[in-house]
Unconditional design. Structure first.
Length: 64
């Protein structure tokens, strides 16, 4: 599942995000969502989240 819909991204789920510094390479970072930072219902580049370890990025994939 991609991370473009805010309703799919809830605290506590495991996701792969792209950090700002990794946008050029597309390197993914896996973590658990702590906070959802995007207010709009959808975002074409992925919903912005803060992980439990403090890293912030846009969701590229959601793991069940």
């Amino acid at each position: 599942m991609n991370g473009q819909n805010r309703k799919d991204v809830i605290p506590g789920i495991t996701v792969d995000i792209v950090l700002k510094k990794d946008q050029k390479t597309g390197k993914l970072t896996r973590g658990i969502v702590k906070d959802v930072l995007t207010n709009s219902a959808t975002h074409p580049h992925g919903i912005k989240v803060r992980l439990t370890d403090g890293q912030i990025g846009r969701v590229k994939e959601i793991h069940s």
